[in-house]
Write a protein that binds this ligand. Sequence first.
Ligand SMILES: [Mg+2]
Length: 321
Amino acid sequence: MAGLGEFDFIRDRLRPLSEDDPAALDLADDAALLAPEPGEEIVLACDTLIAGVHFLDTDSPEVVASRALRSNLSDLAAMGAVPRAYLAAIAWPVTLDPDWRADFTRSLHREQSRFGLTLIGGDTTATPGPLTLSFTLIGRVPAGSALRRSGARIGDDVWVSGMIGDAGLGLRVASGSGGEGISACRRAYERPEPRLALGQALRDLASAAIDVSDGLLADAGHLASASGCALRIKVDAVPRSASAQAWLARGGEVEALLTSGDDYELLFTAPPDRRTALDGVSARLDLVLTRIGVVTDGSGVAAERADGSQLVPTRTGFTHF
Ligand SMILES: [Mg+2]
C-alpha cells in the first residue's frame, strides 16, 4: 500500500477501533478470543461489499463505512441479536488515496460507537481490483431465542417495519439517475437504520423474520420457502413515504418500490393474537409497523393489487449472479 505500511496502518488506524476490548488482544495476535456469556448463543453474519456492485464508486468514505456496517447489522437485527463486535477484511485498491482510507476508518469508528461495537480482528490487503469490504458481525441472543426465517405458520399476519422503497429511490438520487422530488430518500440509501431494537423485541412475538435487503418481494419469497408456506401481500398496504407516494403520483411504478432492495427493514410474521402487543412495540420504539398480508397454504409470494389483480414483477429483487 502507498503511504502507511500495513502494520503501521493497523496500529495507527485500526487498533483504536478495538477500544481496548480484551477480545481483540490489541489486534496483535493471530486471532480474536471471545468468551461467550453463559446461557447465550453467538450469532454470526458475514457480508461482502464491492465498489461498483454494492455501493457507488462515487460514494463518500462516510457512506461506505455506514453501509458496510449497517447492512451487516441488519442481518443481526433479523435474528433478534444484540451486536457485540466485528471483524473487518478490507482489500484497498492500490490506487486509493490514503486520505480516503483515513476518512473511512474515522467514519467506521463513529459508526461502530453508535451501535456499541468494537473491532476485534480482520485483515487488510492491497488489490489491483475494486475496493472490497468483508465484515463479519458477531452478536448474541439468549440460547434458543433467535428469530428464524422458517417459523411462519398458516394464518399468521405478515408485517413490515418502516417504509419500503425509499432506499431504492435514494440510490437513484445518489447515482444521479432521476432524483427529482425524491432527494429526501437519499438518506435511506446512505444511512439505513438496522432495526436492532425491533428484532430483539420480536424474539417473543414473531414466528419468523428476515431483513429486507434484496427487495420486499424477493425477501418475502425467501421467508416463504424457508417456512414451507405462501405469503399473500396486499400491494396497497405496503407502507411508503410521502416522497415515494409523490413519486408514484408522477408515474413511478409501484413494482420498483417492492423490488429495489436495501431497505433494511424487518419483514416478519406473527399470529393474529400478537397484534396488540406489536402495536405496543411500535409505540414504544416510535417505529411504524404495518400488517401487509397473511401466511397461507402453498408456496411463493402473491402480490395483490386493490382490484384483485396480481402484480407479477419482471424482476423480484437483487440477485448476485
Ligand atoms: Mg439478511
